[in-house]
Design a protein around this ligand. Structure first.
Ligand SMILES: *Cc1c(COP(=O)(O)O)cnc(C)c1O
Length: 397
């Protein structure tokens, strides 16, 4: 029987302390004990089900972390104050000074900046490769390589990572595959395909409301426990803990993720087809002419479609700017970074979320300065939205 990630979340029995259908929010930084010995045992990790201090664990965060682990089918999860803190904590937990990383060249701009500018401060070097070229991934691996890093669907090029093949390469070398699954929750389950660690910006589709910034890390018990080890855990010691009030609101939003992903995907596929018919240069993994289309079909859970992200190439940043202003003026959505919102958002990647990536690398990854990335919203009447977009296109000539 197919493992259904939605049912795995649904089946969690998470009640509040008075039978509340939503788990109670634990609005406390610290926890009291009646016996001093219990506190000592908790400190040494020998006492299950007790909480000590909220930077380590908070019950509300545990509910959300358990739901994220259920979503990805991993043993455990941990939630963080941002996607970047999930990514950086996972990487810094795995790598020591002198280690090396092989990363996809196309990644979220913040991740690229961290790997290329920040990690070298700790003598951790990264080789950036075209992640769809498995031979170049293999060639980049050195004796000191500790991890391969990629995104299931890369930002902003929407390439599809062959997670199974990358996991096989990682396993051959006894190193870890870390995958950012922010663009494709439910659609792709990286851990089921062999990824050792899965990271998320929950700011995006998982929460879906654009009212907060948050992240998650999913992996084995060993890995998560090492992250929160009081003596040596990166998450414990750098301390990017999520506020429990926020985690409780994200948990409620997570329960509607499956319906939202279906609608995001349906709308994005509709717009991608229309844009293509209109002669635009469209990149959407759901279109048969997309390079990663066949691979995505192998990896994906078909119930949730090809996702809500698409990109069009308008050649120049001036044309991109004019088009986005027209779209905003004609109520297609908002000119804004970020994604996974109920309204359509669009931005010019080269001048915004990928502006950390130097121009030469943007060229190397094929990122056109006129690329407009869309996070397609939950619009009920997408045909009407297409008419508005069409109208804006007519005004471009
Ligand atoms: C937004 C994003 C991040 C960073 O997450 P924050 O929550 O903004 O810290 C990382 N990876 C991807 C793919 C993203 O879209």
């Amino acid at each position: 029987m197919k493992r259904d990630p939605v049912r795995a979340i649904f089946d969690l029995k998470q009640f509040g302390e008075f039978g509340d259908v939503n788990p109670s929010i634990t609005d406390s930084a610290t926890y009291t004990f009646l016996q001093a010995k219990t506190m000592t045992d908790v400190f040494h990790g020998e006492q299950e089900g007790c909480f000590l201090y909220s930077r380590h664990w908070n019950p509300s965060n545990k509910y959300l972390a358990d739901a994220m682990a259920a979503l990805d089918g991993t043993e455990q999860g941990w939630v963080t104050a941002s996607g970047m803190s999930a990514i950086t904590a996972a990487i810094m937990q795995i790598c020591n000074s002198g280690d090396h990383i092989v990363s996809s060249m196309t990644t979220y701009g913040g991740t690229f900046a961290f790997l290329s500018n920040y990690a070298p401060k700790f003598n951790i070097k990264t080789t950036f490769v075209d992640i769809t070229d498995l031979e170049s991934v293999r060639k980049a691996i050195r004796p000191e390589t500790r991890l391969i890093y990629s995104e299931s669907m890369t930002n902003p090029m929407l390439q599809i990572s062959d997670i199974q093949a990358l996991a096989a390469i990682a396993n051959e070398h006894g190193i870890k595959l870390v995958v950012d699954n922010t663009f494709t929750p439910l659609i792709i389950q990286p851990a089921k395909l062999g990824a050792h660690v899965v990271v998320y910006s929950m700011t995006k589709f998982i929460n879906g409301k654009n009212d907060c910034v948050a992240g998650a890390i999913c992996g084995t018990n060993d890995f998560i426990n090492s992250l929160i080890d009081v003596n040596s855990g990166t998450a414990m010691l750098l301390g990017p803990v999520l506020d429990p009030l926020r985690s409780s609101s994200i948990l409620k939003n997570l329960h509607t993720l499956h319906i939202r992903m279906q609608q995001h995907s349906r709308n994005a596929l509709y717009l991608a087809n229309k844009m293509k018919e209109a002669g635009l240069k469209v990149s959407y993994p759901g279109l048969p002419d997309h390079k990663g289309h066949e691979l995505m079909k192998q990896l994906m859970n078909p119930d949730f479609g090809f996702g809500g992200m698409l990109a069009i190439d308008l050649q120049t940043s001036e044309r991109a700017a004019r088009f986005m202003e027209l779209l905003e003026m004609h109520d297609v959505g908002y000119l804004a970074v970020s994604l996974g919102y109920f309204k359509t958002l669009f931005s010019n990647s080269g001048r915004s979320t990928s502006s950390e990536v130097p121009k030469e690398i943007q060229d190397e990854m094929g990122l056109s300065e006129g690329l407009v990335r869309f996070s397609v919203g939950l619009d009920h009447d997408i045909e009407a939205i297409w008419q508005r977009i069409r109208h804006c296109l007519d005004m471009m000539v």
